[in-house]
Design a protein around this ligand. Structure first.
Ligand code: C2E
Ligand code: CA
Ligand code: CA
Length: 563
């Protein structure tokens, strides 16, 4: 009977099986389509198989099934309860593959027939396993193993199929980023974080219809394609989802909050376009800090293109020295003398002056602001050295440093070494920082301020009065200057202004703590008079000067221009 296994029939049978396979059941179906000739030669009346595989992250329901591979009802009308041939093979992940065969009625399998059937069973087992493995590898490359949802490429595949079957403008694309996920991870542990992610995805999948889908793009980022009519419910529920967990001894209840960028899919949109547009809306939601949900508009796209231009042109602009430092004078209200200045950067781009608010927030988000701040600082040091070499006495100049620097361990050293390089004395420099809300940043800021103060360099808190931990700043940081934000002065002189009380008391408090106070954005005589009245004598604002070019500022330094 050996000849059966090396016959043309058998190689044809095997060949067919090799070509068709990314699931065991599909392979067994192929077996059933091509086994007949061999089964008859082996005098088999029935051949069948069964697979029982446990659940895995890739197959959450496991794999269970039996299949008739061959049955000649004429020669074996009734399948006996007890099988003549049974072969059970463990699959290696606590599952079993069973292969059974019965001879045609009245026949008993010969030894050779049993040998051949055994080998066919083994072949089905190995080829079925191979098919399963191929299927799993394919699935693994398109599935997020933690949540079981499609990953980015799986989502794109599935979304493409959906969009090819239905009108695109029926759909809404949602780019989702969990808002408080880092906090959940940090405060409750990563196991709770992982479970929270799984729950979020499972609940979303349970809510979504068959022609909708969610994919995990990585970390706490998800993308959802949902029918327009279901989108409002989905957004409402999954932007603030209540979760109950029982992982440890105590049940946990918390909310998972999410920011979402919402895009109404249009006919003709590719999956790339719709994901891109939703992500632009999400970035707007992130930067606004007002609403967690942002709906895409074409303005957002124009802005995003502009932002991309800014960030791609930035490095070249630094190299080409397109950034110019302006100086805004600080003036003493009593003596009407120049008492300091603030360095403010401008970008001379395509022959027009670009104000910092058009590019600094973009550079801050990307971290490249650090290069610009040191570029400005270097220029300020150069200018001070130059003025001194010309016999001009400089004033203390403040330079803005983004909070991005705080996470860099060499921040203070870089400032000290830049000053040393240009031989600039500490009395001429003031470092302007804004408040921080993050604990780590706050520790870094305390250390940084202490190092600066030890080196007799002034440090100011910029935009004082706009943050939420304002009073803590006075208490916790050893800064020597407070810069009152313009917004605190806007209502001065107006009827029933509570701001006058606030400003007066902040100035008093700062003075009692031995800190200098300077008011920013002073535009009117009324404001100046009020400030003088409460003994806040140093001011900066359009009432005296706008930020000036080096050339114009020099005229203030030399006394050529007086106030
Ligand atoms: P800031 O540090 O609060 O700077 C003060 C801003 O208020 C400046 O705007 C200044 O021109 C403006 N200003 C001054 N007096 C008045 C006034 O009386 N009325 C009004 N309406 N505005 C006044 P600017 O130069 O456009 O800078 C905007 C912001 O850009 C700065 O706000 C600062 O946060 C940032 N910035 C500027 N240069 C740098 C820099 O070199 N590095 C960093 N990190 N940020 C910078
Ligand atoms: Ca400033
Ligand atoms: Ca300011």
């Amino acid at each position: 009977m050996d000849y059966i296994l090396c016959s043309d029939d058998y190689s044809l049978f095997r060949e067919k099986l090799l070509n068709r396979s990314d699931s065991s059941m599909e392979l067994f179906r192929a077996v059933s389509e091509s086994i007949e000739t061999i089964a008859r030669k082996l005098n088999a009346g029935f051949i069948g198989c069964g697979l029982m595989a446990p659940a895995t992250p890739l197959a959450p329901n496991g794999e269970n099934g039996t299949m008739t591979l061959f049955h000649d009802k004429n020669k074996l009308p009734q399948i006996p309860v007890k099988s003549d041939f049974v072969q059970v093979t463990p699959t290696g992940e606590k599952g079993f593959f069973t292969f059974i065969a019965h001879p045609v009625s009245g026949h008993t399998f010969t030894e050779d027939e049993v040998k051949a059937i055994k080998l066919i069973g083994m072949d089905c087992f190995t080829l079925g396993g191979r098919a399963r493995l191929i299927g799993m590898v394919q699935k693994a490359s398109t599935t997020d193993l933690m949540t079981g949802a499609p990953n980015q490429s799986g989502f794109i595949q599935f979304a493409n199929t959906l969009l090819s079957q239905k009108k695109r403008n029926n759909y809404v694309g949602l780019f989702i980023n969990l808002k408080n996920f880092k906090y959940i991870n940090k405060s409750m542990g990563s196991q709770v974080g992982d479970t929270a992610l799984k729950i979020y995805v499972n609940m979303a999948r349970a809510q979504l219809k068959e022609d909708e889908c969610i994919g995990r793009l990585g970390g706490d980022n998800f993308f959802v394609l949902v029918n327009k009519e279901n989108s409002k419910d989905f957004i409402d529920k999954f932007s603030n989802l209540s979760v109950n967990l029982s992982l440890g001894p105590k049940p946990l209840s918390f909310r998972i909050q999410a920011r979402m960028g919402v895009y109404n899919v249009a006919e003709g949109d590719s999956i790339d376009e719709l994901m891109h547009n939703s992500s632009i809306a999400l970035n707007v939601a992130k930067s606004l800090h007002r609403d967690d949900i942002a709906y895409f508009t074409s303005d957002m796209l124009i802005k995003a293109i502009h932002q991309r231009e800014i960030s791609t042109e930035f490095h070249n602009a630094i190299r080409e020295k397109e950034f110019i430092v302006y100086y805004q004078p600080k003036v003493n209200l009593v003596t009407k003398e120049l008492c300091g200045s603030e360095a403010l950067v401008r970008w001379l781009r395509h022959k027009t002056i670009v104000p910092p608010m058009d590019f600094i927030p973009i550079l801050e988000r990307e971290g490249t602001i650090c290069n610009l701040d040191f570029y400005v600082f270097e220029q300020v040091c150069c200018d001070i050295q130059q003025w001194i070499s010309e016999g001009i006495d400089p004033v203390r100049t403040s330079v803005n440093f983004s909070k991005n620097h705080l996470s860099r361990p060499d921040f203070a050293d870089r400032i000290l070494s830049t000053m040393a390089k240009h031989n600039v004395k500490s009395q001429y420099i003031e470092i302007e920082l804004t408040e921080v809300s993050d604990y780590d940043d706050s520790v870094a800021m305390q250390n940084f301020v202490d190092t600066m103060r030890k080196n007799n360099i002034s440090v100011s808190i910029d935009d004082f009065g706009t943050g939420y931990s304002t009073l803590n700043v006075l208490k916790n940081f050893n800064v020597n200057v407070i810069k009152l934000d313009k917004s605190l002065l806007d209502n001065i002189g107006k009827d029933k202004s509570q701001d006058e009380v606030v400003v007066k008391n902040v100035v008093n408090m700062a003075r009692e703590m031995n800190k200098e106070v300077i008011a920013e954005g002073v535009e009117s005589e009324v404001q100046a008079e009020f400030l003088k009245g409460i003994n806040c004598t140093n001011v900066q604002g359009f009432l005296f000067d706008k930020p000036l070019t080096n050339k114009d500022f020099k005229k203030r330094l030399t006394g050529e221009h007086v106030y």
